[in-house]
Design a binder for this molecule. Structure first.
Ligand SMILES: Nc1ncnc2c1ncn2[C@@H]1O[C@H](COP(=O)(O)OP(=O)(O)OP(=O)(O)O)[C@@H](O)[C@H]1O
Length: 831
């Protein structure tokens, strides 16, 4: 009995039957069929296999006698497929003898198989419980001897190369092959067994009865393996070189560091990068940020501290580490609405609608918790009306930091989004700077003057960048150009402020929840001064109410004669001037109680800047009081029309925009069309020139809402009929005389009221807007809502008055002229 040689499978131990005996042995006509899945034994070879398939186990159980001979075949497919023995009919198998059975745990039996001869399966006699096949010895075709030599030589040479290149193939294999060249069939089987072919190739070798074909097939497989092994070898070599280089550098660097530290010259770069890496770990940065920071630290280590790049990188890392990636002061869920309500109420007079809407907005934010989508709050109103202080109060009451960014005049996208690091002196944008300053990621950031941001230009569109900052659907991954890393801005509560809603770039305006703050009446300002401004100012100046007392009448005098504005800025400044005087005196030892009467106030503040009653009340020809709506609130404005001999020319002066100029032309045409009704001779138009002037010429004016005032002024001058000056007008007029709706009603009415006027004519379409005017003002004023210009003319134009000859007579130049507390030139004002 031969045993398997463990070193060379298929080479029997030189014991037991000899080859000739085996080949000569008679085979019975039927043999039990045993299908193997992952291996095969060729004639004269020996292998040990473990049997687990039920049919093979059944076969072994049925034939326990020693020396059992079976027909071995190779089953294709994977292990789970059932085997149909009929598939093997016509195929080549191996008659093999079963030796040595060893029972193993788990219903497995290990047997040793010795291959005897190739056989062909002719038929299947039985299928269950194991198959029995009719067989006969296979007839092999010998190879062409000339071709054979070459094939064998090439196969041996390929085997030698492979044995050299591939570790799995023992170096003795080519030797064994050489020793068996005299039996080419056997030679081929030995090569197939020892050269590590896959099972499908081994099966192919088994099937080939033509010896020449068999060897050629093996040769093709070996040559393919040689080619593959060569490629693998090359790759391996290259990788080894690389690894060697890395290792070399690593060891050298380690040595360098060891030497440096021995000499007390430890690399400062090294220390710095170690320190940075520690800070990166401690900062618990988001994973992406930490990875980037680590990478940049590694780069820093390589750079010379003297290089400019080193400093750029160092500053960058400082920015990354200083930003509040996680730090928060409070959660949206923690907002206590009652506290906000108290804070807003405690510090602000009136503004009921604004307060209400702020509370509603915060309520929604609180309910939505971590998902603060929704509109952006925007306070719109004239300067000094409390927008900033509302923002501060909100931040305080919800326990957040407050920060103000002014974007007025910003024309470069980089101011918002930062410069790329490649620029010299690059910095992050305003937003990231603000976050570094406040050190938390959830502050209240007030973006001031968003209406004065210029949109578009060579340097990128700041509006688009602003939109990305403010839009809750985009700002979770806001990427500043300098940082080049996404920062989540969604926890920031943004509040924008603007003086003029219509100057806010459209895309931004669409996403805003606008809260309008219109301005205060004199009475309101006095009340605010008593309740809020004075106590605060006293404290700021180190005074108490015992040191100085400013009675209500004086407060009213100061606000109407020193500041004519919608807000409280100038008023507050005037009061501060009073208190400074008092503080100085107190510092000099004056401990008396100052009572500030009107005279005393005038003494301290100087001559009043505004006359007592601004508006002219006496009817005049060609002078009309219009109402304007500017970015500093509402204002009254006199429009003067003058007729003089000439030839029908119309001159307009006073810095007007296109829309206003066109409305003057339209007004002139309308007046001509109503000439008969107004009692104007047709010759008047041909023989007179008209000059229309809008005083306060330094302030640009535009918009259509001066329409009815202009028409009235022209009609008055041409018809020589006086106009009522105790009323103010606003409204757009069409060529055919229809009066159209205008904006800014509340501001305009408050301006008229401040100027002492008690009657206003406005378009019928604006009747609804009067609701916004404070009740106490409404109660004291009369409103007329006109649908047509004819109604306006009827109401405002008085009958001819001989006392007012109008021809070429200069108008009273003291007629009310707009005075402005704001800058000399404000943005496009709207009528
Ligand atoms: N309703 C109010 N009650 C009490 N104080 C007020 C009120 N409105 C404004 N103030 C005070 O007026 C001053 C100016 O207000 P604030 O600075 O908030 O104005 P603003 O609207 O932000 O102006 P700007 O548009 O110029 O920034 C502040 O001292 C503020 O406290």
């Amino acid at each position: 009995m031969s045993r398997s040689n463990p070193r060379f499978p298929g080479i029997p131990m030189p014991r037991g039957q000899r080859k000739e005996e085996i080949l000569r042995a008679e085979l019975p006509p039927t043999l039990p069929l045993m299908a193997l899945r992952s291996t095969i034994v060729y004639p004269l070879g020996t292998i040990a296999v473990q049997m687990g398939a039920p049919e093979n186990l059944a076969l072994l159980r049925a034939h326990e006698e020693s020396g059992l001979v079976v027909a071995l075949v190779v089953a294709s497919g994977d292990g789970d497929d059932a085997i149909d023995p009929h598939n093997f009919i016509g195929r080549v198998g191996v008659a093999a003898r079963v030796h040595e059975r060893i029972n193993l745990p788990g219903d497995t039996v290990q047997i040793t198989l010795q291959g005897l001869r190739r056989i062909t399966i002719d038929a299947i006699d039985q299928v269950n419980p194991f198959a029995i096949a009719q067989i006969q010895g296979a007839k092999e075709t010998p190879a062409d001897p000339i071709e054979l030599d070459e094939l064998v030589a090439r196969t041996v040479s390929a085997a030698e190369t492979l044995a050299e290149l591939v570790d799995r193939i023992p170096n003795e294999v080519p030797q064994i092959l050489k020793m068996n060249v005299s039996d080419p069939g056997r030679f081929a089987d030995l090569a197939a067994t020892n050269m590590n072919l896959r099972i499908s190739d081994k099966e192919e070798v088994l099937q080939r009865l033509d010896i020449g074909h068999r060897i050629r097939f093996i040769l093709s497989r070996l040559e393919r393996e040689v080619a593959r092994a060569r490629v693998m070898e090359d790759v391996k070599k290259q990788t080894e070189v690389k690894i060697e280089q890395h290792q070399r550098e690593f060891y050298l660097r380690q040595q360098l560091r060891a030497i440096q530290s021995e000499l007390g010259e430890a690399d400062p770069n090294e220390k710095e990068s170690v320190d940075l890496l520690r800070r990166i770990e401690e900062a618990h940065l988001p994973e992406k940020v930490a990875t980037e920071a680590r990478r940049e630290t590694e780069r820093l280590r390589m750079l010379s501290p003297a290089s400019s790049e080193y400093h750029v990188l160092r500053t960058y890392l400082d920015w990354v580490l200083a930003l509040p990636w996680h730090q928060r002061s409070a959660d949206d869920q923690e907002i206590v609405l009652a506290k906000v309500e108290d804070a807003l109420g405690d510090r602000h007079y009136g503004l009921d609608e604004a307060k209400e809407r702020i509370i509603e907005y915060l309520a929604v934010r609180k309910l939505r918790g971590g998902d603060p989508t929704g509109p952006i709050l925007c306070f719109v109103g004239p300067p000094g009306t409390g927008k900033t202080s509302l923002g501060e109060a909100i931040a305080n009451s919800i326990g957040r930091e407050f920060y103000r960014i002014s974007v007025g005049g910003v024309r470069d996208e980089a101011e918002i989004r930062g410069h790329r690091r490649t620029y010299v002196g690059a910095m992050p944008g305003l937003l990231i700077q603000a976050l570094r300053r406040v050190e938390v990621r959830d502050p209240v950031i007030m973006i001031d003057e968003i209406d004065k941001m210029s949109n578009g230009g060579n340097a990128g569109d700041p509006t688009a960048a602003m939109l990305e900052v403010l839009d809750p659907s985009q700002n979770t991954t806001f990427v500043d150009h300098y940082l080049n890393l996404p920062f989540d801005l969604s926890s920031v509560l943004f509040i924008c402020t603007a003086n003029n809603l219509y100057d806010i770039p459209g895309p931004l305006r669409d996403r805003m929840e606008v809260i309008r703050i219109a301005g205060y009446t004199i009475e309101e300002k006095v009340e605010i001064a008593q309740r809020y401004l004075m106590p605060r100012l006293l404290e700021d100046h180190g005074l108490t109410s015992d040191d100085i007392h400013v009675p209500e009448a004086t407060l009213g005098f100061i606000t109407s004669r020193y500041s004519r504005e919608a807000g409280l800025r100038t008023f507050e400044r005037s009061l501060a001037s009073l208190l400074r005087k008092r503080a100085r005196a107190k510092a000099d030892g004056d401990m008396s109680a100052w009572e500030i009467g009107i005279d005393r106030a005038e003494e301290i503040l100087g001559t009043p800047r505004f006359s007592m009653e601004e508006a002219e009340m006496e009817p005049e020809i060609g002078a009309v009081t219009g109402l304007a709506w500017t970015s500093t609130g509402g204002d009254i404005m006199t429009i003067e029309a003058l007729r003089m001999p000439g030839n029908g020319k119309l001159t307009v002066t006073g810095q007007l925009g296109d829309v206003m100029r066109e409305s003057v032309d339209a007004a002139y045409s309308f007046v001509r069309s109503r000439a008969t009704t107004l009692g104007i001779e047709d010759s008047e138009f041909r023989e007179s020139d008209m000059h229309l002037h809008f005083p306060a010429g330094s302030i640009p004016k535009d918009g259509p809402s001066a329409g009815i005032a202009v028409t009235l002024a022209l009609a008055s001058a041409l018809s020589r009929r006086p106009v009522r000056r105790d009323l103010a007008l606003t409204g757009e007029v069409t060529l055919r005389g229809r009066v159209l709706e205008i904006g800014g009603v509340k501001e305009k009415v408050l301006a008229a009221y401040r100027a002492g006027l008690r009657e206003v004519i406005m378009p019928k379409g604006n009747e609804k807007d009067v609701r916004d005017v404070p009740q106490e003002v409404r109660d004291k004023m009369a409103f007329t809502f006109a649908a047509t210009m004819d109604e306006v003319l009827h109401l405002a134009l008085l009958p001819h008055a001989d006392a007012h000859p109008a021809d070429a007579m200069p108008l009273n130049s003291s007629s009310a002229v707009v005075e402005s507390d704001g800058p000399a030139v404000t943005a496009a004002d709207t009528w």
